[in-house]
Design a protein around this ligand. Sequence first.
Ligand code: FE2
Ligand code: FE2
Length: 268
Amino acid sequence: MDKWLAFLVLPVLVGIAAWAQNPAAAGEIRLTILYDNYGGGEGLQADWGFSCLVQGAEKTILFDTGTKPDILRGNVERLGVDLTRVDMIVISHLHGDHTGGLEWVLSKKKDIAVVLPAMASDGFMAKVRQWGGQPLRVREPMEICPRVFSTGELPADFDSSFTEQSLVFQTTKGLLVLTGCSHPGIANIVRRAPAVAPGKPRVVLGGFHLMRKSDKEVRAIIQELQGMGVERCGASHCTGDRAIELFRESFAERFLNLGVGAVLAFPW
Ligand SMILES: [Fe+2]
Ligand SMILES: [Fe+2]
């Protein structure tokens, strides 16, 4: 019996969105998708970009901030999310579809850490400070709060000087990996996870950036992920429509629907 199945994954749209503003129940970690290429409706707007609120760990973490501040604001308001409860912002990488809403978020909540890949320029660090954040460069893997880890910088496949970090959550049921665009390659990121935090990668979520890969290549990546222990998978944002279809086929009822407004809960 799959332990994960005991925890229903809820692609919840606005009907019960008020839920999103409440803290996660004890013993669970809850992810709310605030910005994504998919989803929408009911006053929510899909747009190219990614942002995800994570509640239930010691700190409430905002992972990435989408592209357009107005769209982020609309989705945040529609979902009833209270950004003043955010304790820390983590930016996966310095593309505009992940940093675009940062200034607006910091206008809602100042004096919190903004965890950036170490490649962040002095100019970007200064901007974050000016917006009211406390920028922090991460190069090596590190625990950013109890049982929540950054993979540290991994080089992108299109340019080794461009880097990206992902988050690894050490849940009681294994590792959960949350990615922005996966420019270093989703398999490389997931392979890094157990070196960062003890455990097996069980759940992988986010943008996988596979739109230029052939079916054969995507299938090989899926197999590799499953070989590493991944049981549930949510491919969204920049993954590419065809690649998402292949992940959905392969993971079947264990495919997790992201998209703006989705709320997913996991044992913590
Ligand atoms: Fe992206
Ligand atoms: Fe990107």
